[in-house]
Design a protein around this ligand. Structure first.
Ligand code: LLP
Length: 434
């Protein structure tokens, strides 16, 4: 469920008309709904009731400091993956102490920054990384809290580029080698074994792979509790969201209409399947969802530049491009595209929706059925709150988009559109070319 709905003919985010935002701040602009994020957080927490729960929002999905502050106010910590992300948490006035630090290539400087800010735990992906964390902790005279990421070799049945829990990808330590990794960890003087972690992939639309992975790992988790007194188990993130019927899925009636065996994953289903497996462990359970928390909380608003009618093919050329939202180009992912102003008297249009970048990959949708929209009118890409802005680039010297946060009937710019001067601020012409 989310808070993007038509009120009369115009698409609103909560009580704000998106056309108003588009006119005020220009396009392309990301618009987020604070209420949707709060609902997602609360539903997830409620779905897991009965557990000692710590939600660490995976901030790689969307790391704008306003969103971090919002989640922090709701009680979240963060799943972070770089020194930059630690600095963002601090800039948001939020808590590193409730956050976990993942990633396969943490540098010494990043490890030091995490330790200085009393990170809740490191999620360790290899034995060389253990040695490095031990070394940095020793220099600082502290003990580094860690969990090892165990790869359960479970197929998440998601896109190949976002599956992580199979034995043939770069993440984690295979279950059969994990005991040895913990034995190694226990020998380091500056390491404190605190937990265990897994993460099997992203955009999972069924609870079954989560259940399979938790079941597979549970005996090992129990052994770790007995041997090292671990206190927490992170089961990662990965809960999928609705992309195909994104707009309709804002309504409860849409969910009620889905056949039970085809209903997309909800926090309620997730909790109902997992709480009974996790509760008997008597451990704190950490969740690292990113996409679920913000994906359906955001849209990318864009303006139509031209409707180019080709031979047998129409192209709707818009002012957003693959640099703003790379997911369709990178994963062939689907984002629903809707007009900000709906008009049932308009003709239908079938078109490829494309950006202005000089690559044929700069295509958001092929042969998409839309309401006819003309130059200067606005459209929205739905479900763009996760892995939208954070994966954006400046390709073709395009500016990073603006970001706006809506709260009820009010809204605020939370990231101004980048200027050209900001973009070239670090560049210079060397003396030998002058
Ligand atoms: N924990 C770990 C260790 C992760 O690697 C990830 C995501 C998460 C949690 C959060 O996963 P989520 O709940 O958001 O599914 N750019 C891709 C998704 C990449 C996910 C990377 N890791 C996309 O746009 O679909």
């Amino acid at each position: 469920m989310h808070h993007f709905n038509y009120v009369g003919p115009n698409l609103h985010c909560e009580s704000v008309d998106l056309v108003e935002i588009a006119r005020l701040y220009g396009t392309p602009t990301y618009v987020y709904s604070a209420a949707t994020m709060a609902d997602n957080y609360t539903r997830l927490a409620k779905g897991m009731v009965g557990l000692d729960l710590q939600i660490c929002y995976a901030m790689k999905a969307n790391s704008n400091i306003a969103l971090l502050r919002h989640f922090s106010n709701l009680g979240a910590g963060f799943d972070l993956v770089s020194g930059g992300e630690i600095k963002r948490v601090l800039a948001a006035g939020a808590n590193v102490k409730r956050s976990v630090f993942a990633g396969i290539g943490k540098t010494e400087a990043e490890i030091q920054l995490a330790l200085e800010n009393e990170i809740f735990s490191f999620h360790v992906e290899s034995e060389p990384e253990l040695a490095r964390i031990n070394h940095v902790a020793g220099k600082l005279g502290v003990k580094a809290p860690i969990a090892i990421r165990v790869n359960p070799d479970v197929d998440a049945h998601t896109h190949a580029k976002i599956t992580t829990g199979k034995s043939d990808n770069k993440f984690g330590i295979p279950l059969k080698h994990a005991a040895a990794a913990y034995e190694a960890a226990a020998k380091y003087p500056n390491i404190q074994i605190k937990g265990v972690q897994m993460h099997i992939g992203s955009q999972l639309t069924s609870v079954n792979p989560f259940v399979e992975a938790v079941r597979k790992i549970t005996p090992f988790v129990e052994q770790l509790k007995a041997a090292y007194g671990i206190t927490y188990f992170s089961i990662g993130g990965g809960m999928g969201i609705v992309y195909k019927d994104a707009l309709a899925s804002g309504q409860q009636s849409w969910w009620d209409a889905q056949p039970a065996d085809q209903r997309p994953l909800t926090p309620e289903t997730y909790g109902a399947a997992l709480v009974p497996l996790l509760q008997p462990l008597g451990l704190k359970i950490v969740l690292e969802h990113g996409r679920f928390m913000v994906g359906n909380s955001g849209v990318l608003v864009s303006k139509v530049e031209h409707l180019k009618r080709g031979a047998g093919k129409n192209f709707l050329i818009v002012d957003a491009a693959m640099n703003d939202l790379v997911r369709p180009a990178m994963y062939e992912s689907y984002h629903e595209i809707v007009p900000l102003h709906r008009d049932s008297s308009r003709r239908a249009l079938t078109a490829d929706v494309v950006g202005p970048i000089c690559e044929s990959g700069d295509c958001f949708a092929k042969d998409r059925q839309l309401q006819e929209v003309g130059e200067g009118e606005y459209i929205a890409f739905m479900s763009a709150g996760a892995y939208g802005y954070t994966m954006a680039s400046r390709y073709n010297t395009r500016a990073m988009a603006a970001e706006v946060l809506v709260h009820g009937g009010t809204f605020e710019l939370i990231n101004a559109r980048e200027t050209f001067e900001q973009q070239i601020a670090g560049e210079k012409i060397p003396a030998f070319l002058k």
